[in-house]
Design a protein around this ligand. Sequence first.
Ligand code: ACO
Length: 329
Amino acid sequence: MAYYSRLVGSGSYLPEKVLTNDQLAELVDTSDEWITERTGIKQRHIAAEGQMTSDLAREAALKAMDYAGVKASDIDLIVVGTTTPDDTFPATAVKLQAQLGMTRGAAFDLQAVCSGFVYSLSVVDAMIKAGQAKTALVIGAETMSRIVDWEDRGTCVLFGDGAGAVVLRAENGISENEPRWNQRRGILSTHIHSDGTLRDILYCDGGPSSTGDAGVIKMEGKDVFKHAVTNLSSIVGEALSANGLEAKDIDWLVPHQANKRIIDGTRKKLGMDESKIVLTVDKHANTSAASIPLALDTAVRDGRIQEGDLILMEAMGGGLTWGAALARW
Ligand code: ACO
């Protein structure tokens, strides 16, 4: 029996409080013009005091479950991609499991920073194919505002808080050995990579075993930018060729929403029209693992993404980590 993963619902959540570029310019020496020109970001959402990553994850998860028409008792796996868990342990996913009233199956967090959602999709897809899960919640959720140095204008302008979720369901049939398998609805393939030697260009200067606190984001922006353009171009090519597909077959590019200029670089490499890109970075800045499902859910709910559309998701983040997932909605 060959299983594959079908995407059956999405949901997203942004905290109420909005911090615009102009408001940020009152806190650090920056301007709306500088931020917009360099990144495409106009505003970010900030979690309220006491509002944790699990709270954002739960809101997004409930919307995705509602969309998919699944109950907590149907779910047997929760994976939360996050770099800002509520606590050192237990995992945010386990907390969410309890909050949803799900009493069976497994729940765990996955740490791949901005690539966390693509990594989580990859792991869950493999588990579904192996028959280890039937209905899974895959979530990207972050409170990046808690690990930002609000006095460092080089990084604090870039990040925001939010969560996005999808429900994946195991389907039977249309395996990779059958003709036209790449026309099936669901995940076609996932591709993940990392290079730990590049740790120093993007990292958090703290942790439970090093400093005992969470630390703040440190980044060499120009180096990160260069690696992002190179790695994302190569991962996109890898995903397409693994499926016998070409860039012209993609209906929607749903990229990690870090920076409009990085997204434009990938788009140009693919020769895609701007109208085929789902761009939401202006609304919520870089929400790390949450950004792809936030963008995906936006385009699903506003009707751009239709049944059967081919979606290419790609991301790069601290580690460095990078990855892509090709799927039909
Ligand atoms: N406002 C105003 N000026 C600023 C700001 C700011 N917020 N931040 C930096 N500057 C100044 C710098 O001090 C510098 O001034 P100087 O010339 O007097 O020294 C000048 O602007 C240029 O700084 P650079 O760092 O060279 O600016 P750059 O053009 O590289 O843009 C940016 C910086 C936007 C961070 C860019 O490098 C970038 O987008 N990198 C990718 C980073 C990223 O997306 N990281 C997210 C995590 S990884 C991921 O998700 C892919």
